[in-house]
Design a protein around this ligand. Structure first.
Ligand code: HEM
Length: 83
């Protein structure tokens, strides 16, 4: 079940759109991408394009083979909900 996950709305997600406080959604899950920014092989600017929004489509276009769930396990914030 989803117990233990924070429920995040789209409005809330949109507020986290700066490098110091960047959240993004991949496959319905919300991640804090700020700690990963300096490590992203594609650069910070590329990753910041999806800050505050759903990054699933761009992620799949660039590197669908990357195991995001595993890499950002520690950065998971919660689950995106309607509202
Ligand atoms: C490269 C991880 C999001 C654009 C990479 C690579 C990893 C990675 C591991 C190296 C892949 C390889 O060499 O096979 C991640 C993770 C993401 C993320 C964990 C989500 C948190 C994004 C997004 C974009 C993007 C949203 C585009 C807007 C790129 C590009 C490269 C790259 C262009 C290629 C860099 C190069 O080889 O010169 N990323 N990425 N990434 N990523 Fe991401």
């Amino acid at each position: 079940g989803v117990h233990g996950f924070q429920r995040v709305t789209l409005a809330e997600l949109k507020e986290h759109n700066t490098p110091d406080d960047a959240w993004s959604v991949f496959n319905g899950m919300v991640y804090n991408i700020t700690p990963y920014l300096p490590f992203h092989p594609g650069g910070e600017d590329e990753l910041m394009r999806v800050a505050g929004r759903d990054g699933t489509k761009l992620f799949m276009l660039t590197h669908s083979w990357v195991n995001l769930d595993f890499m950002l396990k520690e950065c998971m914030v919660g689950v995106l909900v309607r509202g």
